[in-house]
Design a protein around this ligand. Sequence first.
Ligand code: GTR
Length: 426
Amino acid sequence: MHPLRLFSLTLALASTSLAQGPNEANYDEAKVGTFTLPPLLVAADGSKITTSEQWISKRRPEVLELFRENVYGRTPPMPGDVKMEVTATKADALGGLATRKFVHISLAQHPLWQGMDVMLYIPNGLSKSAPVICGLSFGGNHAVSKEADIPLSTRWMRDAKDKGIVANRATEATRGTESSRWALEMIMKAGYAVATAYYGDIEPDHPEGWKTGLRAALSPEGASTQWKANDWGAIGAWSWGLSRMLDYCETDKSIDTKHAAVIGHSRLGKTSLWAGAQDERFGFVISNCSGEGGAALSRRNFGETTKRITTSFPHWFCANYKKYADDANANPVDQHMLIALMAPRAIYIASAEQDKWADPKGEFLSGKAVGIVYSLFGKTGVGVDEWPEVNHPVGDWVGYHIRTGIHDVTDYDWEQYLKFADRHFK
Ligand code: GTR
């Protein structure tokens, strides 16, 4: 070939891959195009699902299996005895509003895992045990609350700008930095307990993080594990941690685990959804701005895409997920099927107006799509056909709102979650 032709061919290829590159996001509703979602109420053998019993015994297990195989990977069986040790209790935390406990959770047979430090706030003065809301934090227990006597996390910390493998350590300057996302006073006054832990205790959030986290400790090959394409990723490990927090709560008489919720924001919202899908003890599941790989439909080309997320954050998912990077339509699941796994329990999906990257409308459409599953149980889902206006929460068993503002968790979000929890838990 003439060298000039080769040169222009290379240029043309380079510009195509740029145009379709993982950094290109569509924000134009006119360019979303049409797409067909995989059916919720047709089983793999082609039969129609028409009753709640068929959903529970036949379709739900199939859908859960599809998510294990294609998106989040398979969670291994319980790895032996879980050690749960209450390491400190303070009766007058948050100015007397709550009792604060620290609980160290570790695995007797897997000492390589350093374990996780759960921080619990239980409202004082209740006449009965408190329903609980479990959720992981991005910055450690000392970031969730401003209280000066919370030990600083000693674990790996990402830097504030999400710059990958930065082995920062927490400093006093990070105390309370996440407190605006945890309306502790409001939650205590509403009569709910909070159980939280640092997600980095379970697995540091970077592609090599598993080597010093739970996943390597559980694998016989440790840090030299060759993962299979359907083995679990970081989201799987983080959700596992949420279930262990609930295990502890089940042993604590001041907590009512018949009424347990799980919450997460962003990547941790993807995590709370996967935890809720696998662990049906969570009666209420909250997804706050979870976006791609969370509540948002992947087939809807708006904001973050499968390609982008599997390029930037391959370690969150199982390796199979990458197969759908160039064609979300080839994926046997879309995220409405993840939401459907919560039925008939309560689920709330929240979006933010400026969080276009997470595709707020795609998050709503997932929630709307599962109405047919809830109706098998005689329940109503979001109960509306149109994407609601900003700051107009909707929904009966599937709550939804889009609020003004950015990708974040705010008091407004918590007000809606607590109202929704009151409605279904009290
Ligand atoms: C972004 C990622 C999103 C979301 C977010 C977060 O960079 O693309 O999917 O998870 O991070 O967790 O803050």
